[in-house]
Write a protein that binds this ligand. Structure first.
Ligand code: SF4
Length: 96
């Protein structure tokens, strides 16, 4: 059985750390992505960047989380992707 020496261990740890860091950056990039109108979920929920329903928009929807005051905010139904604060979709629910 081969012993893993300290140098090999450090090389392995370094590669793992780089992999985790790149993975983390990729996850953050996805989370900050704006919802595409062609996105299958957006199409299914009839999402639009500009609400046509008076008094109902993403900024006052139950499913928007974080980003208070921003033009684009994360929506739970879109896996944290950003929706327009003025947007709307058919899943809109009032904040409780
Ligand atoms: Fe906007 Fe709410 Fe639909 Fe998300 S669920 S896109 S916050 S209306």
């Amino acid at each position: 059985m081969k012993n893993v020496n300290r140098r090999d261990f450090l090389k392995l740890s370094g590669s793992t750390l780089i992999g985790l860091t790149i993975g983390g950056v990729a996850l953050r990039a996805n989370a900050a992505e704006k919802v595409d109108l062609e996105d299958p979920t957006a199409v299914a929920l009839k999402y639009v960047h500009e609400s046509k329903v008076e008094g109902k928009n993403c900024a006052n929807c139950l499913y928007v989380k974080g980003g208070e005051g921003a033009d684009w905010r994360p929506c739970q139904l879109f896996g944290g992707k950003l929706v327009a604060a003025k947007g709307w979709c058919s899943a809109w629910q009032p904040m409780s």
